[in-house]
Ligand binder design. Sequence first.
Ligand code: NAP
Ligand code: GDD
Length: 372
Amino acid sequence: MKKALITGITGQDGSYLSEFLIGKGYEVHGIIRRSSVDFRERIAHLEGHRHFHLHYGDMGDTLSIIQVVGKVQPDEIYNLAAQSHVQVSFDSPEYTANVDATGVLRILEAVRQCGLEQHCRIYQASTSELYGRVEEVPQNEDTPFHPYSPYAVAKLYGYWIVKEYREAYHMFCCNGILFNHESERRGETFVTRKITLAAARIRQGRQEKLYLGNLSSLRDWGYAKDYVECMWLILQHDKPEDFVIATGQQHTVREFCERAFHYAGLKLRWEGEGADEKGICEAVDDTTACGHLVGKTLVEVSPDFYRPTDVVNLLGDPAKAQRLLGWNPEKTSFDQLVKLMVENDMAKIASDDAAARVRCNLAEYLEKGIVK
Ligand code: NAP
Ligand code: GDD
């Protein structure tokens, strides 16, 4: 039985990768951080599985990383842990560098210190943010990098240190240069999930308006579940190489918004430009339930969500992954992705409401002495 160690196992990708590797017959180990509140929502269903094990550690803490690597003796490491929010990296650049840059070095060195360098294969979660202020469109493995945020600069170090250890010590370590990938488990402050949650809340009368930043930003959005398969394929390849993983299609934030509101039953039309642009509700699928929304402004721009430097034109060319790994970039379309995220959030908001109503009724019954 092969052993995989996943850093960032509680994150969007870590949770899907865990399910994928367990399905492939792996024993899966993950590094988690201690927290005063429960943060394991995405992997709760895996806890207790006999091939799923968690270890405390932190990417900023060299000793804990060496200890876990030495104890687990993994065949494969997937280094997914990161301060992964680009906007946050402007507020916490040093922390981001420690985790996203030096953290990668800690993993590589831990493997060497434990004498596993000729045995253990390592996947590094590199990113399309490396292309930053893009120098060509579409971007492939040979496109020059121009990182455009503290996050991207930290990830650039990660990218190069992986290449360095491959060349210097002949280690099997690879970069997956993944373009944006989203899902029902996407963190709630990334733009796609922020939009799908807001569309569901607005449709169900739980939110009035959605405030966004740059609506014209272009992204190549794929489905996270499809992308974790590629991480595994990269480590099964006969030689260590770096790969771009993308769909080859791009859309603006505005288009994502339009489709998400459409699947929530609300038709948007756009008026104005730049910071004055607004998304107005033109029609609804059910006038009884939400007819009052027609004519209302549901989306507005807030400069609070502008970034000091923003990456605005990402489009990946996945030809190498298609050719050498047999990966299919068209498995889940843009429309399917938006639809499945909105359907998930429509159900989530409805069930949160139902749970809140039960709590409310219970409080009232307790107060009136109806239940004890
Ligand atoms: P995510 O949902 O934000 O998950 C990040 C994970 O890293 C979480 O498990 C988090 O743990 C962990 N982490 C953060 N700081 C840590 C630290 N100091 N020590 C240990 N663990 C730490 O990110 P994701 O979307 O799954 O992305 C996975 C990786 O791929 C990241 O490296 C990201 O930069 C990269 N990437 C993502 C995309 C994308 O579109 N999703 C594209 C390209 C590259 P907590 O739960 O404790 O916070
Ligand atoms: N988060 C956010 N919130 N972004 C917004 C908003 C908003 O309200 N309004 C517009 N945007 C724009 C951002 O300016 C950016 O151009 C784009 O939407 C996407 O932003 P995010 O969803 O935050 O993702 P990201 O592209 O910055 O970073 C994600 O993808 C990278 C791969 O390219 C993260 O997952 C990174 O970890 C990953 O490396």
